[in-house]
Design a protein around this ligand. Structure first.
Ligand code: CTP
Length: 393
């Protein structure tokens, strides 16, 4: 993708050199614009080297050569326009339509809808109502304003104003750029294991890492869906951008969270490894190791998917089947007994791994093998199959 990166004079500029380097390594084509204050902090040669690209500064503003007019030609070039880090000054100028340097001229001339701005500054400057008003104005005009994080700032103070991790900025750029075949779809995805409490210290759980569900949520968001993610205690960090993140622990809590939202969504993908049994009783105090043997009486949890399968109106239901034997047979049986539209069957070995190999079965009899591949890629294939069902008249 073609990324026009505007860099302004904030101390976080050194992190953005890392961003330029990483975007380039990912195969993107860059052009970089530096404001005068950015140039005071870092040489344009550094950005040119890490981005392997042309860097334009204010002295290029009127450097018209062979018909190339920098601000208008550059404003037509990118797939995505990114300003990182963005100072309060540049934010204020763009919000009010100023065009007094190359970057602000380009922003005024750019008429695309893929534009991201990453403010970073002292927390008092960020929280100042004037800055907040300017950011709101940008947001209303189609800019994605990526909020800064809370932490120690370059000035030695503590508060909201820190430049976010580069991974977060990169993910936002990808979301902006991708085609949106799931636009308009409201999707609920469950992920991770559940914890069934024995006493205040111990739980019964399983090996699910949450990775498959989290990848599905991430890719669904990139494809334009409105994503609600209900997650058990997974061992990895949730995706940066979902529209709602609900953290639950037990199977009963997952049931409550999913059922509460069921009428508000078009699709449910149950990628969570929900416990089938939970202790009949949870001890209020820690069980001491007095007896030689310990028996825990368990009762069945409610099958969430089966419940949704009985209640569904127009919603599309997608289940997962994790099996150690007779994969196809059990998966097809679950497709039928839980009244699903699609089921993704995988071997038990995929649990906790970064890779997976699955067979997708649809209600109409179609079966498709996908993988072995990274779970991110598998997630994309699953969601593209979903597009087919979603678009069916
Ligand atoms: N599932 C659910 N509620 C449960 C248990 C499972 O909604 N209490 C969902 C899972 O999220 C998955 C599908 O049902 O999408 C199949 O889960 P799986 O564990 O493979 O099968 P089970 O139905 O639990 O049956 P079994 O354990 O006997 O294979």
């Amino acid at each position: 993708m073609k990324i026009l990166l505007g860099v302004t004079g904030c101390i976080a500029i050194y992190k953005v050199a890392g961003l330029a380097s990483s975007l380039r390594k990912e195969g993107n084509e860059l052009k970089i614009i530096m404001t005068q204050s950015a140039e005071r902090l870092v040489s344009k040669d550094l950005f040119s080297a890490v981005g392997n690209c042309e860097v334009y500064t204010d002295s290029d503003s009127f450097n018209i050569r062979n018909g190339f007019i920098p601000h208008t030609d550059l404003s037509k070039w990118p797939d995505v326009l990114v300003i990182a880090p963005a100072t309060a000054n540049t934010i204020a100028k763009i919000a009010h339509g100023f065009a007094d340097n190359l970057l602000t001229m380009i922003c005024l001339a750019y008429n695309g809808d893929k534009k991201l701005i990453v403010p970073a500054m002292n927390y008092r400057m960020y929280e100042n109502p004037l800055t907040q008003e300017n950011l709101r104005a940008l947001n209303q005009r189609g800019w994605w304003v990526l909020e800064p994080t809370v932490g120690h700032l370059a000035c030695g103070e503590y508060g909201k104003g820190r430049y976010p991790e580069n991974e977060i900025v990169e993910e936002a750029i990808k979301i902006l750029h991708w085609e949106k075949p799931l636009k308009g779809m409201k999707i609920l995805i469950t992920a991770g294991p559940t914890w069934e409490p024995i006493d205040p210290v111990r739980v019964i759980s399983n090996r699910s890492s949450g990775k498959m569900g989290y990848e599905l949520a991430k890719i669904a968001k990139r494809l334009g869906a409105f994503v609600r993610l209900v997650s058990g205690p997974a061992s990895i960090q949730p995706p940066y951008f979902v529209d709602e993140f609900v953290r639950i622990e037990s199977a009963q809590e997952m049931f409550d969270a999913v059922v509460e939202r069921f009428e508000q969504v078009d699709v449910v993908i149950m990628a969570a490894a929900v416990a089938d049994y939970t202790p009949v009783q949870t001890s209020k105090t820690k069980i001491k190791k007095t007896a030689e043997e310990l028996q825990i009486l368990m009762k069945r949890t409610t099958d969430i998917l089966k419940y949704l399968g009985c209640k569904k109106k127009n919603q599309i239901l997608v289940g997962f089947a994790v099996e150690s034997e007779s994969l196809e047979e059990y998966a097809k049986e679950k497709l039928f007994t839980k009244n699903l539209d699609m089921i993704v069957a995988n071997q038990v070995e995929a649990m906790g791994s970064d890779k997976n190999s699955v067979i997708i079965f649809k209600k109409d009899g179609m079966a498709k093998r996908v993988g072995p591949d990274e779970k991110e890629r598998i997630a994309l294939d699953i969601l593209l199959e979903l597009v087919g069902i979603w678009n069916r008249p």
